[in-house]
Design a binder for this molecule. Sequence first.
Ligand SMILES: [Zn+2]
Length: 127
Amino acid sequence: MSTTTTLAGGCLCGALRYNLAFPKASPPDCMHCYCGVCKKSTGAYFETYVPTTHAQLHWTTNRRSQLRIPPPGSPSITLIVGSLDDVDAVKVGSHLFYENIARVAKEVDRDLPKYHGEFEFIQEPKA
Ligand SMILES: [Zn+2]
């Protein structure tokens, strides 16, 4: 029985694909990061990423040269969690630069109207 789990992922257009392997006993611990670089680079209130290593990351396409990743030998690299095919396969374990969290991200109103799909988004919420 394998002691390793593999998660697949890739970019939006599908040109870059990877498999992320890790021990079943210790799945990746994702992080929400509120630093200025993450906000600006994603255009979002925060970025959620999966820290990994070159040993765990296996490219299944040969176009990786288009990515800006640390060279082999670097201690770690990060993958944006949204690049995983199954984002629910990992859990968030910590917040980084929490002192920089935007008020709206800190005070997410769980009672806000919820819609299914983007087309309902432009409709008035049902009372
Ligand atoms: Zn950051």
